[in-house]
Design a protein around this ligand. Structure first.
Ligand code: GDP
Ligand code: CA
Length: 329
C-alpha cells in the first residue's frame, strides 16, 4: 500500500453508507477521488420484497445518485419518474403505499430476474453500478438476508411499513437486525476493506443504516482490524437531522440526539470524527475522550457542497494518526 501523505494520495477509499445521507457524500467522494477509487459498502437492512420483486432502497438511492438519475428534490427515486405501474397495482387492489416509480420498477425487475437466475446481490449490484456508469464500486454489506425490525407501540414492525407506510409514526423502543448473526459479509466488501487506505462512516443514520452492517460480525471485525484510518461524519447538526427520523429515534431509544452520541455508537472503530463547526461542545467532549475531531461545515446541499465536504474529510484523514482509543478497544 502506498504511503498516504496528503488528501490527493488516496487511491482506495471505502464508504459505509445508507441511502440519502450516504449517497450525498458518496457523490462528493466520487467527484473528489480518481475514478474507481471509491467503493461504497451499502446497507441492505432496509431491503424488502414488493409484488415478488426485491427492492434495495439504499442501494437504489446510491445507484441513482451516483449516476445522476436521482430526483434531487426528494433525495430518492428517479427524476421525472411516473407512477403508472403503481396506479395499475392500486386499481387491482394491491397495497400501493411503497412509492415505486415506473423507471424504478425496471431496476427492481432486472435485479429480481437476475437473483432468480442464481446471481448474487453483490454481482448484480456491481454490474448495475457499471452499467449505470456510476464510476464507483457499490457493493452490498452482505449477500445474506439482513432485515431491520423495530419494536414499536404498535408491536414489531418491518422497516419499510414503519418508515414509508407509517411515516415513522409509531414510537420505537427496540431495534433488531434480523439475520445478522448468520450473515457473512460479501466477498466484495471484505476485499474493499482489505485494500482500503481509508474507511469513512457516512453521515448516515447510525441506528438504521450503519449498525445493521456492523451487526454482521465479520464486517465489524474487518473494520476494527484494518490498519487504515477510520473516520466518521456526523449526520446531526445542532442535534437535528438534516432529513429523516434520526433525532427522534435516538430520543425514543433513550439516547441523546447529539453528534457525540453518534460517535459513541462507533466506539472502538473510529480514529477521527467530523462534526459541524457549530457543535463545539460535541467536539470538546469527543476530544476529551481521546478522539481526533475536525469541525467544519457538514451541510452538503448539492453535489458541489458534497465534493467540498469530501475533500475536507480527506484532508483531515490524511493527517490522522490512528487513535489509542480505537487500538485499545
Ligand atoms: P436513508 O437510508 O435514506 O435514511 O439515508 P442515510 O441513513 O444514508 O442518511 C440519513 C441521514 O443523512 C440523516 O440522518 C441526515 O441527517 C443525514 N444527512 C442528509 N443530508 C446531510 C448533509 O448534507 N450533511 C450531513 N452531515 N448529514 C446529512
Ligand atoms: Ca435506508
Amino acid at each position: 500500500m502506498a504511503e498516504v501523505e496528503s488528501a490527493g494520495d488516496f487511491r482506495s477509499v471505502v464508504l459505509l453508507a445508507g441511502g440519502v445521507g450516504g449517497a450525498r457524500i458518496a457523490e462528493g467522494f466520487a467527484r473528489a477521488l480518481p475514478e474507481g477509487a471509491l467503493t461504497v459498502i451499502a446497507n441492505v437492512g432496509d431491503d424488502e420484497e414488493f409484488y415478488g420483486l426485491r427492492v434495495c432502497p439504499d442501494i437504489d438511492t446510491l445507484l441513482y445518485t451516483l449516476s445522476d438519475r436521482i430526483n434531487r428534490r426528494q433525495g430518492w427515486g428517479v427524476a421525472d419518474d411516473t407512477v403508472k405501474a403503481l396506479d395499475v397495482l392500486r386499481d387491482l387492489g394491491a397495497p400501493a403505499w411503497m412509492k415505486l416509480g415506473d423507471a424504478d420498477f425496471g431496476l427492481h425487475i432486472w435485479r429480481s430476474w437476475r437473483l432468480a437466475e442464481g446471481d448474487s446481490l453483490s454481482e448484480i449490484t456491481v454490474e448495475a453500478a457499471k452499467r449505470f456508469d456510476t464510476r464507483t464500486n457499490i457493493v452490498p454489506a452482505t449477500d445474506d438476508r439482513l432485515r431491520t425490525k423495530l419494536n414499536t407501540d404498535e408491536g414489531w414492525m418491518d422497516f419499510q411499513p414503519w418508515f414509508v407506510g407509517k411515516r415513522c409514526g409509531p414510537k420505537v423502543s427496540e431495534l433488531r437486525y434480523e439475520g445478522a448473526d448468520a450473515a457473512r459479509p460479501s466477498a466484495q466488501a471484505m476485499a474493499a476493506i482489505g485494500a482500503a487506505e481509508l474507511i469513512v462512516f457516512a453521515p448516515s443514520n447510525p441506528l438504521l443504516s450503519i449498525e445493521p452492517m456492523l451487526a454482521v460480525a465479520g464486517l465489524r471485525d474487518a473494520v476494527a482490524q484494518t490498519p487504515a484510518p477510520c473516520v466518521g461524519v456526523s449526520p446531526l447538526i445542532g442535534g437535528k437531522a438534516v432529513k429523516g427520523p434520526l433525532a427522534r429515534l435516538m430520543q425514543d431509544l433513550g439516547l441523546e440526539a447529539t453528534s457525540r452520541a453518534v460517535a459513541g455508537r462507533y466506539a472502538g472503530l473510529l480514529d477521527g470524527f467530523v462534526v459541524d463547526a457549530g457543535d463545539t461542545e460535541d467536539a470538546e467532549a469527543l476530544r476529551k475522550a481521546g478522539l481526533s475531531v475536525a469541525s467544519m461545515d457538514i451541510l452538503m446541499g448539492g453535489p458541489e457542497g458534497a465534493e467540498r465536504l469530501a475533500r475536507e474529510v480527506l484532508e483531515f484523514a490524511a493527517g490522522l494518526v490512528p487513535s489509542r482509543e480505537r487500538r485499545s478497544a
